[in-house]
Design a protein around this ligand. Structure first.
Ligand code: ATR
Length: 279
């Protein structure tokens, strides 16, 4: 039986928990397969892609290459093309097809953590980088009622809401600059969930990028960062339901594995592997 090789690429990549989670899953499924992490710089991307065409069955892409990978792909799923972000590539006959499982992973995580349903849901994003773009487009596809984007640079928030309005006219959209607290408060009032998507919180000493006193009572707070952050601590101190990005990490990986293997991902095995590696 030939060995199926999978990988994750990024720069940096040493911190990635994906190999632990995916290797546990591949073992559980009884597949003759491996999953490795490769440190790939932007300059090394063309060389990596050529090698992947011959040697890999699939790979994940993490920061900063989720956009950079697009020109190398032979096919891109509509949703990923719209968001301009790909985190999962399948290799077949030397051809590369890309998609994003970030949005689907986040959707599963919100359901698991809060019982929150994206379909018909009112959702706010703080930050609008690659992860927020992929998730916002996915949520529009999934039938969100409204999508609000708050960002330090309001032009980027506006561009994301315009993209959604153009392609999904039934979804209500709004945006606000992070430094306009009264507009943020008004836009957040009807929302059921707020998703922290900025990179603030990656360093343990980072403050919350956002004043949680602007949040309405009863809103669920999700942070895409998988370690505890100042944002979540402040949300918990206010008595708001909150969850860190662990579930998103888990479920985006589970979705990738399902795309590659056509099998149901052993989510509990993956969760256990992740939890012990993240300690
Ligand atoms: P990713 O692709 O991982 O989501 P990214 O594209 O670098 O990351 O996006 C980072 C997000 O964090 C952006 O929304 C960024 O805001 P700007 O669009 O204004 O750059 C946000 N961000 C980064 N540092 C920030 C800070 N100190 N305060 C508030 N927002 C910040």
């Amino acid at each position: 039986m030939t060995l199926l090789r999978y990988a994750v690429i990024g720069d940096p990549i040493a911190h990635s928990l994906s190999p632990v989670m995916q290797n546990a899953a591949l073992r559980e499924l009884g597949l003759n397969a491996s999953y490795e992490a490769f440190h790939v710089t932007l300059e090394q991307l063309p060389e990596f892609v050529e090698s992947a065409r011959k040697n890999l069955a699939g790979f994940n892409i993490t920061v900063p290459h989720k956009k950079h990978i697009l020109p190398y792909l032979d096919a891109i799923a509509c949703e990923a093309e719209l968001a301009g972000s790909v985190n999962t590539v399948t290799v077949s006959g030397g051809k590369l097809s890309g998609t994003s499982t970030d949005g689907a992973g986040l959707e599963r995580a919100l359901s698991e953590e809060f019982g929150f349903r994206v379909h018909g849901g009112k959702i706010a994003f703080v930050g609008c980088g690659g992860a927020a773009q992929a998730a916002a487009v996915h949520f529009a596809v999934s039938g969100a009622e409204s999508i609000t984007v708050i960002n330090r640079t309001p032009e980027k928030a506006q561009a994301l809401t315009e993209l959604i309005r153009t392609h999904f006219p039934a979804v209500r959209t709004a945006f606000a600059p992070l430094d306009d607290p009264e507009r943020c408060r008004a836009l957040l009032k009807p929302c059921g969930v707020v998703i922290q998507c900025t990179s603030v919180g990656l360093k343990p000493e980072d403050p919350s990028p956002f004043d949680v006193s602007l949040l309405p009572d009863g809103i669920c707070c999700y942070d895409t960062i998988y370690k505890p952050t100042a944002f979540l601590k402040a949300a918990a101190a206010r008595g708001l339901r909150n969850a860190r990005g662990f579930g998103m990490l888990l479920h985006q990986g589970a979705c990738s594995l399902e795309i590659w293997t056509g099998r149901t991902a052993p989510v509990e095995v993956m969760r256990k592997a992740l939890l012990s590696a993240a300690k």
